[in-house]
Write a protein that binds this ligand. Structure first.
Ligand code: ZN
Length: 406
């Protein structure tokens, strides 16, 4: 006879993919019990302790997974670049588009020109698509303002999203994303300002949970990024890095030396980079949407990450230039088809390893006693279906902090 425990709610009638240790961890005919917004018990329904008074929710089939976590997004931005997309397909070169004020600069101008309310409204439209497919935690970066006021504006919008919606938001300060036009030819001076004034100010305002940069020939050098990381450490903020997307500059090894939470993109990462990331516990965040949109043929070295035990996450990288991706489930499919992840690895990539990439591995990402009660019920027979179906919307039930999200 099972013991008695006090639960607020019990969710059962489905198989449970716990994602413990990044594996499916399937419990046939399982149950998840919640108390005070946390998972109080998870296991086979037959072993469920009695809990008089707990609300019981019977799904009548399907699979429960942890809530999805989108650990790399540029959700907040002004305008979009669909007309550029069309121009490129009509044969206009990227250089001509950039010379006419297109490319990332057009997003910077549109973001600077938009008020907080407008940025919030356009971000909400994209957010609703991610939430509808089970995203319960999202990271949102700044990086299109590139003045202190405009970067703060973006971070405020991100914070407001977390206050307004039942979703956890982690904000990342990404002033080292691109060189603002007013600093052309003076990248070191820009980095000085970011390090000496902006990072301390944003940290003092409590607007950032992490600091990120873009280490690439067309952005910032490893030496410049190292200064950004040092400033982040002085401000008490963890770091992440866009690294090895277009060339091998050693950004991911640099990130590992600074105990970065994650290094992201990584198409050109080497075995030494993988070793360094494994030893620092830095998560490899893979972004198949950008790879796809750019028709990149160089793929991230998944086999090396596996061999060296680097945890791999997947994210939408939703942004107006290289990844206008409004579906994390589509990213799971692409992680499998383009990068050859297994469906199990891909699912771990949007749950446990995505949580680790945000420094939240202790509270989110798997269905284990003591973690926050964020989970999703899917109308599928096996979790591999989440990687298999190409697009489309599934009717999901999302539970956030133990409450059904509407
Ligand atoms: Zn990015």
């Amino acid at each position: 006879m099972p013991a008695t425990q006090r639960f607020d709610s019990i969710w059962l009638g489905a198989d449970v993919a716990t994602l413990r240790q990044g594996q499916y961890g399937m419990i046939k005919d399982g149950a998840v019990a919640v108390a005070k917004g946390r998972i109080a018990w998870v296991g086979p329904r037959a072993d469920l302790p009695a809990s008089p008074g707990a609300a019981r929710h019977d799904f009548g089939g399907g699979v429960i997974t942890p809530g999805f976590i989108d650990c790399h997004t540029h959700l907040v931005f002004g305008g979009n670049r669909s007309l550029e997309f069309e121009q490129r397909l009509q044969g206009v070169s990227y250089a001509d588009i950039a010379a006419a004020g297109g490319g990332i600069l057009s997003t910077v101008n549109a973001t600077r020109g938009a008020g907080e309310e407008e940025l919030l409204a356009t971000a909400e439209a994209r957010l609703s698509m991610l939430m509808a497919e089970g995203v319960t935690c999202i990271e949102i970066k700044s990086g299109y303002g590139l003045t202190l006021d405009d970067e703060i504006k973006m971070l405020r919008v991100a914070r407001r999203i977390g206050q307004k919606y039942p979703i956890q938001v982690r904000t990342t300060f990404l002033a080292a994303h691109a060189l603002p036009p007013e600093y052309r030819g003076r990248a070191d001076e820009y980095i000085d300002v970011v390090c000496e004034r902006w990072i301390p100010e944003v940290a003092a305002l409590g607007l950032a949970d992490a600091v990120d940069g873009f280490c690439e020939h067309l952005a910032f050098s490893p030496a410049q990024i190292a200064r950004v990381f040092a400033a982040a450490r002085r401000a008490g903020l963890p770091v992440k890095l866009h690294a090895e997307q277009l060339s091998s500059l050693g950004g991911s090894a640099l990130a590992a030396r600074w105990q970065a939470l994650s290094a992201d993109h990584l198409e050109y990462a080497t075995e030494d980079d993988a070793r360094a990331m494994a030893s620092s516990g830095t998560v490899a965040v893979l972004l198949p949407g950008a790879c796809y949109m750019l028709r990149e043929t160089q793929l991230p070295p998944v086999a090396l990450f596996r061999r060296h035990g680097v945890p791999m996450a997947l994210a939408s990288d939703i942004n107006p230039g290289t990844s206008p991706a409004c579906s994390l489930r589509l990213m799971i499919n692409m992680g499998c088809t383009l990068f050859r992840l297994t469906p199990e690895e891909a699912l771990a990539g949007v749950t446990l390893n995505a949580a680790r990439a945000l420094g939240l591995g202790d509270t989110l990402g798997s269905l284990e006693t003591g973690k926050l009660a964020d989970f999703v019920h899917w109308p599928v027979k096996h979790p591999a279906e989440l990687a298999y179906w190409l697009g489309g919307q599934m009717p999901v039930t999302v539970v956030y902090r133990g409450e059904r999200r509407r």
